[in-house]
Design a protein. Sequence first.
Length: 319
Amino acid sequence: MLRYIAYRVVLGLLMLLALTVLIFVMLRLTPGDPIDAYINPTIPIAEADLAALRERLGLDQPLPVQYFAWLGAALSGNFGFSIQRGGAPVLPLVLSRVWPTVLLMLSATAIAIVVGIVAGIVSAVRKNKPADISLSVFSFLGVSSPAFLTGILGLYGFSVVLRWFPSGGMLTPGRPFSGLDLLYHLILPATLLSIAQGALIMRYMRGSLLEVLSQDYVRTARAKGVREFWVVVKHAVRNALLPVITLIGSTIGGAIGGAIFIESVFNWPGMGLLMINAVSSRDYGVIMCATLLIGASVILVNLLTDIAYAAVDPRIRNA
């Protein structure tokens, strides 16, 4: 088990390193010159001054030299300064946005797990009946709907038309902090973010449970006169949950991508909104730091999922 964990940790670190290379190269390949983010386009500047600024920022060096200079500084905790925020250090700025995003994602994931598993069980037990057909239609719609479309439609329907929930923000401006106020602002974006993840969990849970319900030991339990409720809960659901555990970890990456759009729609002060503002202002330091942190989070979640699955099923770590 320890050897398996060590292998997964090393693999995760290599993936994280590859991610930094990919993002660094892609940012340099985007249209425009990185130096444009440091100058005011309305003020003329001499070529000599541009060259001096480029040299001071290290942008006159070859791309590999720039990357390793950034990597060395990043390993020491120095991710540079934010152009958009008046030279504020990047790392504290990004870390200050972690809590809102984590709160949104954990809430959405909790909703997706509970609703997805329960809906999957109901759909499997009521196979080919109205409940199953209705849930299947909703799950297909949820999986196929992009987060930005779900967010816009949810915002319009529940905030603009029905006015059940606030249209944006994390707290009501001008009011002292309140847990109920935070919950009031959290419910709608977290629910909308959970739709795609919950629909996918529901589809996997339904398929896995249907497969388990066809096994011999389930038929034997029924033949012994065990009530159908206990056949499903005690004998079938526990075994059907194994593949769903892996799925939950793999959907975290999609939830992070969806959170970026949901945060922009609802003006939620998390990392997604910070990244969108950084991209629009070409704030490379913030983009690199936020992307690295998000990538590390996805890799860590997948690592913990693999370890949990290997602990449940020893065949995984022995493969």
